[in-house]
Design a protein around this ligand. Structure first.
Ligand code: SF4
Length: 284
């Protein structure tokens, strides 16, 4: 199974998003699905281009709306493996409401955010994930707003799968995406994916010095939400690995009557012209 296509990414050389693309392609191959069984839905931003770079169904949506579209795709065809993706500006600013409610809904979707703490496509503005003091064209004297603690927010919203990774850790990232795709419910994976062109603070070197792998935290287990929250707060959110997983909570599909029946997209909904005109008359 080859999830590569012949479209050449136009990300800047060194952008973290290349590794995220490779990890998705490897994870999809590892779980044994075919390209026509995968749909990758993206929002707007440099990260949004990813849906065009993977050999699968793809939809490059609008800003902050990859999750509503991805949920619609999954509802219409539950047999598809659905990945939603985007950047931190996309998913944690304009799209934050969708993110929180998609987490609560717990549909069987994997949401991968390429978090570079800046808006890259629009040439470098402060994002909801930028730290206090972060200087860009939009905050020339330094940001005065706190960075959103997105992992803690996901736990608070009731997420059943929360993970974080770093784009250079390709093996770990691939394994986490694979685990997310196999998770029954909504899998939220935040990936630190450096913007080498506009973010000169949160660089590859900065992450190497500041990230802690959860597998190096003695006795850490991903099944305890209170421990997960405490660990995140102790490390200022800068941890990588599987942070929390709840395998017991039912997914959306397991709770909705009729969801397990034939996919909507496979039911013949065609009607004759006569029936169509009758319907039109009824609604006019
Ligand atoms: Fe990547 Fe930044 Fe270039 Fe966008 S501007 S492609 S995020 S390095």
């Amino acid at each position: 199974k080859d999830f590569r296509n012949n479209v050449k990414p136009n990300w800047c050389p060194g952008c973290g998003d290349f590794s995220v693309q490779a990890a998705i392609q490897r994870a999809a191959a590892n779980i044994g699905i075919e390209p026509e069984q995968l749909a990758v839905i993206s929002g707007i931003g440099c990260s949004g281009r990813i849906s065009g770079y993977i050999n699968s169904y793809g939809f490059h949506g609008i800003h902050g709306r990859s999750l509503p579209i991805a949920q619609g795709v999954k509802m219409a065809n539950k047999d598809l493996t659905v990945i939603a993706s985007g950047g931190d500006g996309d998913g944690f600013a304009i799209g934050l409401g969708h993110t929180i409610h998609a987490i609560r809904r717990n549909m069987d979707i994997t949401y991968i955010v390429m978090d570079n703490q800046i808006y890259g496509l629009t040439k470098g503005q402060t994002s909801p994930r930028s730290d206090i003091g972060f200087k860009t064209k939009s905050t020339p004297n330094g940001s005065i707003e706190s960075a959103l603690s997105i992992m803690e927010m996901a736990l608070s919203a009731g997420a059943t799968f929360v993970a974080q990774s770093f784009s250079t850790d390709l093996k770990d990232l691939t394994a986490l995406i694979e685990a997310g795709m196999n998770h029954k419910g909504f899998a939220f994976i935040n990936v630190f994916s450096p913007c080498v062109t506009y973010n000169k603070v949160n660089t590859y070197e900065w992450f190497k010095q500041n990230l802690t792998k959860l597998k190096d935290v003695e006795g850490y287990e991903a099944g305890n939400k209170a421990v997960a929250m405490k660990t995140l707060m102790e490390h200022n959110g800068l941890v990588t690995g599987l942070i929390y997983q709840n395998k017991e909570q039912k997914s959306y599909g397991e709770m909705v009557d009729g969801y397990s029946d034939e996919s909507l997209s496979k039911i013949d909904l065609s009607i004759s012209e006569e029936e169509f005109n009758k319907l039109l008359t009824e609604f006019m």
